[in-house]
Design a protein. Structure first.
Lengths: 208, 208
């Protein structure tokens, strides 16, 4: 199946498979049946086989999957072994939380620079990442091309900043701002982080 | 259909419907066909009708959906009109970001108290939310029952704290810590926030 034909739901399950397989590998599991993996993932075995068939299928039915091979295949599908370059726009609470605690390399990214108006940060480094003034974005990009931007700045500044980033030719935005960028930039990949969707799902769960 | 029979994928789409309908209502849209809503959501019209049928279906086929009615129905299914009580455990970067910027009420929650070891915070309020020492959790809970906890504390402290919270009878945990609480507490609702899943999905998108 061509990548473009794979449904969004299947794509969104791929990082979860990758996470589960990592945990299984850590626990010393080397081989797993689709049934056991299904239980672990909260899916059915048939759904798992269907998901994997979208990418040509991995392993032979009846023999189980090799955990490490499967992990490598999925890492390659996701592209997380590539270390794409990213910049962070806005280093507030969320930005700090990500820089200090989040393992970007594991997700295929390296943060090459951060941009913020805070004079106490400009010129310094946070976890090894240099912080520049947003006015220097275009100049930085000339000499240091990057693939995506992490948008974590105040809402009112987000649309104009997204335009500048798209003009620089970025491929995607990891968007922490509650603003609709998909309609503004239909030709680049926008991945919104919607805390509210997650909390409402919890709300449903406890309302039962 | 009984709530327990509704698939996880359908449940996870409900907050997205709610968000889309809110945006449509803001734009002055009062009525919408399943086809238009489908385009807006990036789904098919048949998938939308199937989703809604899980909850008895809303509106009559061929007549379109009333945006406000549909919004109210979904709010009621999600339980977001109830204002459940929540406590926040750990007020670091993520905690501050949520307290300052996140609209909890819109998701059906009121933060009644936060707990942190930081002496500069204890006894003060952040956005109207009092901060207490974690040692005072059980005493606070005696007089102020709450439904869920937002877990945003250091990883090593998370398992023990989750045990204490579950002992207090909470129904759910909104988990920002990279630790598996589902196997530890199979009887309560755990909603993990996995930043990595989101970033890996973006990684896939730009790798095409």
């Amino acid at each position: 199946m061509h990548r473009g034909q794979v449904s969004n739901a299947v794509i969104r399950r791929m990082p979860k498979y990758y996470r589960c397989l990592n945990e299984l590998a850590k626990d010393g599991v080397t081989k797993i049946s689709s049934r056991t993996l299904a239980e672990y993932m909260g899916l059915t075995a048939s759904q798992i086989r269907q998901d994997f068939n979208c990418f040509g299928g991995f392993g032979q039915q009846g023999y189980g999957y090799n955990v490490n091979t499967l992990m490598t295949e999925i890492a390659s599908i996701l592209g997380v072994e590539k270390l794409h370059k990213a910049v962070m726009i806005g280093v507030g609470n969320i930005g700090h939380a990500l820089l200090h605690n989040f393992n970007f390399a594991k997700c295929g990214f390296e943060i090459v620079c951060a941009f913020d108006l805070g004079e106490d940060m400009i010129g310094n480094k946070i976890e090894g990442v240099p912080v520049l003034h947003p006015d220097d974005l275009e100049k930085f990009a000339e000499e240091n091309p990057f693939d995506i931007a992490i948008l974590a700045l105040p809402k009112k500044a987000a649309p104009e900043m997204s335009d500048r980033l798209v003009n620089l030719g970025i491929k995607g935005i990891w968007n922490f701002v509650n603003v609709d960028l998909k309609r503004r930039h239909p030709n680049i990949v926008i991945e919104d982080v919607h805390f509210a969707d997650s909390l409402m799902t919890l709300c449903y769960g406890i309302s039962e």
